[in-house]
Design a protein around this ligand. Structure first.
Ligand SMILES: [Cu+2]
Length: 279
């Protein structure tokens, strides 16, 4: 075989191999994402946030027969019921949402950064949503049709984190820096987590006291230099995803603030809080 032809074939193979990922860009008020893919399995999704504030990206998969419009309406109702000034109970909105779609997790991406999550793609209709972490009206979504195709190799995880009703499986100590987490929800309710990085002087009790007083009782017991510590986005029952996280060394408290579907309580009040050190 001619040398140049060989090189061409090798580079075509590499291009093909390297593209087992999808890029989603939020830029100039637009969410640019592919509309369809033949990739199946845990595909790497790179989220680039070029807006001026941190955004949350969440992926969901429509249930058979559900319509995108109904999904968007239900999702906005969930968001409105969780808004700070809301007085409504978020449970009915959450139940309505879960009739339409399964939620697969996601990422919190700071301004100007890119994050990677691995979401299990199977033939069907998926929706990517993006909204500002600090609240506000901005909202973007994009629809992805997944066709049957090649299954990509499952990523290897540095840490396996399981969430159940109502507990996290964090070890006492994890590695700081770049790590890949496999996050599984083995419970029957949706879970998520905010990972608070404690200020050097603070304890988990300080954080609890601060949360109870809405942080009006003194300086927040949180390391304000890294306010956008990682966030485990909502993961539905039975779902698993992977996320690349990069936690600076320090002490963390993970809390799930989801409302319990069977009582008036939050998951936190039912024990869904865990402390760990990144070192
Ligand atoms: Cu929870």
């Amino acid at each position: 075989m001619k040398k140049w032809l060989q090189l061409l074939l090798v580079s075509l193979f590499l291009i093909n191999f390297a593209s087992a990922q999808l890029s989603i860009n939020l830029e100039n008020g637009e969410l640019l994402a592919p509309e369809d893919t033949n990739l199946n399995g845990f595909v790497a999704l790179d989220f680039s946030n070029q807006e001026e504030e941190a955004f949350e990206f969440v992926f969901s998969r429509l249930k058979e027969g559900s319509k995108v419009e109904a999904f968007v309406t239900a999702s906005r109702e969930v968001a409105a019921s969780f808004a700070e000034d809301s007085t409504s109970d978020p449970r009915p909105a959450m139940s309505a949402y879960l009739e339409i779609a399964d939620v697969y997790g996601g990422l919190l991406v700071a301004s100007g950064e890119t994050g990677t999550a691995y979401i299990k793609l199977e033939p069907g209709i998926y929706v990517f949503e993006a909204y500002p972490n600090e609240g506000g009206d901005a909202y973007f979504y994009s629809v992805l049709t997944v066709n049957k195709g090649e299954t990509v190799v499952e990523p290897e995880a540095d840490l396996n984190l399981t969430m159940v009703d109502h507990h996290f499986s964090f070890p006492v100590s994890i590695k700081a820096g770049q790590q890949r987490w496999q996050i599984s929800n083995m419970g029957e309710q949706v879970h998520f987590a905010i990972l608070f990085k404690l200020a050097k002087w603070a304890t988990a009790d300080d954080l609890m006291a601060g949360l109870e007083a809405n942080f009006e009782n003194g300086p927040p017991p949180i390391d304000m230099e890294t306010p956008y510590t990682n966030f485990i986005e909502a993961v539905g029952p039975g779902q698993t995803y992977y996320a690349d996280v990069n936690l600076p060394a320090g002490n963390y408290v993970a809390i799930c603030f989801m409302p319990d579907m069977e009582s008036e309580k939050m998951h936190l009040e039912l024990g869904m809080m865990s402390m760990f050190a990144a070192e």
